[in-house]
Design a protein around this ligand. Structure first.
Ligand SMILES: NC(=O)c1ccc[n+]([C@@H]2O[C@H](COP(=O)([O-])OP(=O)(O)OC[C@H]3O[C@@H](n4cnc5c(N)ncnc54)[C@H](OP(=O)(O)O)[C@@H]3O)[C@@H](O)[C@H]2O)c1
Length: 347
């Protein structure tokens, strides 16, 4: 554990320096880690743990592209690749990496196979936090932990192969054995995290749902649409509106902000851009604060979870979603984007 100062606030975090891989291997040496679900997180976590020397098996429903993918990735049917039922039976740490809807559907199958002292592991606080909607209520004699990598399973794997790591949060919901904390940290190191910061299941899911509905996707998409619309209505061409709204953002600014921070960005642009951006930043903050507070309330009240579960389980949802995405794809804004991408890459 290291105490690290984040902008004046001290947090206790775990880095690979104080909790090296060898210690994680020692902690988990007698465990059979069953990764249930081979979607996006499943492969990233399972392959990283396998390469890190842990005893890993995969549980995935058959007759599925994910089953075939698991075989292509070197998991061997009957040795390291099993049905979900058999993998849960064989595992001592059960990593529930099914989609959130899949976790609800498969929970009875998992629950009846859990043994006292097992560890139930999640990468999202959704199922446990919104138990009224999901019915995921673990028995009292198992440990329940979380490691949530802050990014896609694809990035988790890519960064691992490059020698780096994605940051993850970790949490303990239930400590039946007295070893849940140690196991959570060891799993966090095992899946290839950069550094680990502690949270709880509720905070993890509240921040995650707020983030993806807010700045990461919902707010980003909304503000892009609004600015593009203003520029187009004021007589700017699609090329001009798109380049000033999206292309510079994704191709130039965001990577630079990621590398150097916002203050660096402000001091490394023209004085005109710098003065204007600093003057307008506060107005955007004040305008969006009420929306973000509404969003957080909606998450905390369980409304967002209810809507996600209800929409996801409605027959015909896939077709409705496809129609919604088609509208986005075929909008002038994103059609312009497709053309700009082709021109950018010279194809
Ligand atoms: N996406 C990310 O990178 C990311 C990042 C951090 C945390 N997480 C968390 O990690 C967990 C897994 O997310 P994911 O994005 O990897 O999910 P995903 O790609 O949607 O994976 C879904 C997995 O669940 C299986 N599945 C879905 N419904 C099922 C059902 N009814 N019965 C049996 N299997 C079913 C799928 O099997 P088939 O392929 O056969 O359908 C697949 O193996 C979630 O809790 C998520 O919140 C994800």
């Amino acid at each position: 554990m290291a105490k690290i100062n984040f902008g004046g606030v001290e947090e206790t975090v775990v880095t690979r320096d104080e909790y090296p891989l060898a210690k994680a291997q020692e902690t988990l040496k007698d465990e059979v880690i069953a990764v249930i679900g081979y979607g996006v997180q499943g492969p990233g976590q399972a392959l990283n743990m396998r390469d890190n020397g842990f005893n890993v098996i995969v549980g995935q429903r058959q007759d599925s592209a994910s089953w075939e993918k698991a075989k292509q990735d070197g998991w061997v049917e009957g040795e390291t690749l099993f049905s979900i039922e058999e993998a849960v039976e064989r595992g001592t740490i059960i990593c529930n990496l099914l989609s959130d809807a899949g976790q609800i559907a498969v929970w009875p199958t998992i629950k009846e196979r859990l043994k006292p002292g097992n560890t139930l592991y999640f990468s999202h606080g959704f199922g446990i936090t919104f138990k009224e909607q999901t019915n995921i209520i673990p028995p009292a004699d198992v440990d329940v932990v979380l490691v949530a990598p802050k990014g896609s399973g694809t990035s988790l794997r890519r960064l691992f192969l490059e020698g780096g790591g994605l940051n993850s949060s970790f949490a303990v919901f239930q400590d039946a054995t007295g070893k849940a904390y140690e196991k959570a940290v060891a799993m966090g190191i095992g899946v290839g995290s950069g550094y680990l910061f502690e949270t709880d299941f509720k905070k993890e899911v509240y921040s995650d749902l707020t983030g993806e509905r807010g700045v990461l996707m919902g707010a980003l998409a909304g503000i892009i649409e609004a600015q593009y619309q203003v520029l187009r209505q004021r007589g700017h061409s699609p090329s001009e509106a798109f380049n000033e709204t999206v292309e510079e953002l994704t191709q130039s600014l965001v990577p630079l902000v990621g590398e150097n921070g916002m203050d660096w960005m402000f001091s490394n642009c023209s004085v005109t851009a710098q003065r204007g951006a600093l003057d307008w930043k506060g107005k955007f903050r004040e305008a969006t604060l009420p929306v973000l507070n509404d969003l957080y309330d909606s998450v905390a009240s369980g409304k967002e979870a209810e809507r996600t579960i209800q929409r996801g389980s409605t027959p015909g949802y896939r077709a409705e979603l496809e129609a919604e995405l088609k509208e986005v794809r075929e909008s002038e804004l994103w059609q312009t984007g497709a053309t700009v991408r082709k021109l950018r890459s010279g194809r």
